[in-house]
Design a protein around this ligand. Sequence first.
Ligand code: SAH
Ligand code: MG
Length: 211
Amino acid sequence: MTPELASLAQQVKGFMPHHEGLALYRAARAVASRGPLVEIGAYCGKSAVYLGAAAAEAGGVLFTVDHHRGSEEMQAGWEHHDPDLVDPRTGRFDSLPQLRRTLERAGLEDVVVAVVGDSVTIAAHWSDAALVFIDGGHGPAPAHADYEAWSPRVMPGGLLAIHDVFPDPAHGGRPPYEIWLRARDDGYLEHAAVGSLRVLQKRETVSGPVR
Ligand code: SAH
Ligand code: MG
């Protein structure tokens, strides 16, 4: 990853520690020439810079999905609320202008496509992905819904990355950890683990005799 993008990523508002972002970049770099990368949870584009850097180097593309209305814990009065991300015209949360600014500053507008809408709705019409990174709604219902909707989209041999996986409940919420357990039960192989980032690999389909 270029020093310029590494430095920019660290300046962007968001929830991705640098060492985890670098691990995400490395995972994405390994598969980005095989198909599109998909991120669930763009927010202001912090993790999209790491993924986008990998896509750019590999001649690939990143689709970054978000409705940009914020998760429950980002609404006014909640723990992760940021008043700078409220649209003064409507009083509603809106992180899309920040995402555009990040992609412009990063020079990644031709490599990263913002997909604005509900994750599960988009998944229902998606074909496949070389990597799916799940970092959207972190409550039980949205996390499990994202896993169920997006896991089938991961190509054989492709990667499923999950953020905020905390085996110890003292360190964070359960749902991302629960979907990581589900993925392992479903046969994914462990690929990488850095901080709360987990990367799993879907098995290659065992090919039968060629006729
Ligand atoms: N990856 C980001 C952080 C994402 S925060 C970073 O690196 O900083 C989680 C994001 O998920 C929020 O922006 C929220 O709007 C989005 N989100 C939550 N539920 C969603 C849903 N059902 N569909 C699309 N986006 C959703
Ligand atoms: Mg996260």
